[in-house]
Ligand binder design. Structure first.
Ligand SMILES: [Mn+2]
Length: 407
């Protein structure tokens, strides 16, 4: 048994090389965030560092992101702290390079910048002594459960040990993280003292299962921006710093986990729902909201939704207000509008109903109604003969035809 506590840091999903929004500064953000996490981790003076997959955005990173990685990983190496890494779905899984001799993580291992664990169980050594045991599994997606069972079988003896903390490194979605699940919680054996998870980009933990997922080092997608309040910016990411010590009385390894955060570029989603407003007021309000929320250096996502009256303007294009944003680093403007009918349906017959539509919806002059109506009647006749679903199918097409003729 080891008397002194063991300490490790757990970082995940750096996605180096993500050329988000096609902006070089955004490309740099990913390196800056990973670099920040590593700097803080090194200040913690851990015995070793874990990285649970997706170091790179793609399996064939370009020279710029490779240089970023080498620069950052060299700092870890120069402190003499070992780095253990597993593959993620982004960086290595679908790499064809593997069968030609090695993927990008093999390459970095050749440069002695990390230890790449691929479906194996390895001891962590410090000063000639074993201080931990790490089982690292490759990315298997939906086949994770089966692959894990096989792996556990192969290392049954080692995993029965209790003299060192046992760690599982895994890149998979667990139940509770999101709808798409790779591994159910009951499929996770109670063999490990710490389960280091990657893949899910938000922080997630289940202390009972000893499952810890720090999330990505930078926000990879806007779905990660959720913050406690609508008005707050999502501007923090983090990683785990863990101290494990032996509880002699219970022959088990206790965990003392700390989630350390650092600042990243602020992001915010601004949702606005319009309730049956006139088009003109939608435009005015949109302009005001864009200007009010324009924030220096931030990434913004505006989502405008709702319905408007009348069918004169079937498309609401708010992109034209893009130039109102001058301070933000990047902004997406998304509009999801639908028009609502102002016609009240009280038809005695279908003919009356269409007459109502033409008069009220299309503001058609009285004298123009009869020719259209005879066209409608023909349509009705044909569609009834053919047994179409008149309201949902043909009427739709009819409305579009009229809209087009009025453009
Ligand atoms: Mn990822």
């Amino acid at each position: 048994m080891i008397e002194s506590p063991i300490k490790w840091c757990h970082i995940s999903d750096a996605h180096l090389g993500n050329r988000q929004y096609n902006l070089i500064d955004r490309f740099d953000d990913f390196a800056l965030a990973f670099n920040k996490a590593v700097d803080i981790a090194l200040d913690e003076s851990p015995d070793f560092i874990l990285f649970t997959g997706d170091m790179f955005e793609t399996s064939r990173p370009g020279a710029p992101e490779l240089r970023q990685a080498i620069h950052i990983l060299s700092k870890i190496k120069s402190k003499g702290i070992p780095l253990y890494i597993i593959q993620g779905n982004h960086d290595t899984t679908y790499s064809r390079d593997k069968k030609y001799g090695g993927d990008i993580l093999d390459f970095l291992e050749d440069m002695e910048l990390l230890t790449y664990i691929q479906d194996e169980c390895i001891p962590v050594m410090k000063n000639g002594r074993e201080i931990a045991l790490i089982l690292g599994i490759q990315y298997y997606g939906k086949r994770t459960s089966k692959a894990l069972m096989e792996l556990l079988n192969n290392y049954r003896e080692e995993l029965e040990r209790t003299d060192v903390p046992k760690i599982l490194m895994i890149h998979a979605y667990f139940e509770g993280m999101r709808g798409n699940v790779d591994l159910r919680k009951r499929q996770l054996p109670h063999l490990f003292d710490y389960v280091a998870a990657g893949h899910y980009h938000m922080r997630y933990e289940d202390p009972e299962l000893r499952l810890y997922c720090p999330g990505s080092t930078e926000h990879v997608s806007s779905t990660e921006w959720q913050s406690s309040s609508e008005n707050e910016f999502a501007d923090e990411k983090g990683f785990y710093s863990v101290i494990s010590y032996c509880d002699e009385s219970q022959m088990s390894w206790k965990l003392d986990t700390k989630y350390i955060t650092y600042k990243v570029r602020p992001k915010r989603q601004v949702r606005t729902e319009f309730d049956q407003m006139e088009l003109e007021s939608i435009r005015n309000k949109t302009e005001r909201i864009l200007i009010e929320n324009d924030t220096h250096n931030a990434i913004l996502k505006f989502v405008f939704s709702g319905s408007y009256e009348g069918m004169e303007h079937p498309f609401v294009n708010l992109q034209r207000f893009r130039n109102k944003i001058t301070k933000a680093f990047h902004a997406d403007i998304i509009s999801k509008f639908k028009s609502i009918s102002t016609v009240t349906w009280k038809p005695q017959s279908r003919r009356d109903a269409y007459e109502d539509v033409l008069r009220e919806q299309f503001k058609m002059p009285e004298k123009e109604i009869p020719p259209y109506l005879s066209f409608v009647e023909k349509l009705i006749k044909i569609t009834e003969d053919r047994n179409y679903n008149l309201y949902e199918d043909v009427f739709d097409k009819f409305v579009k035809k009229i809209q087009k003729s009025q453009e």
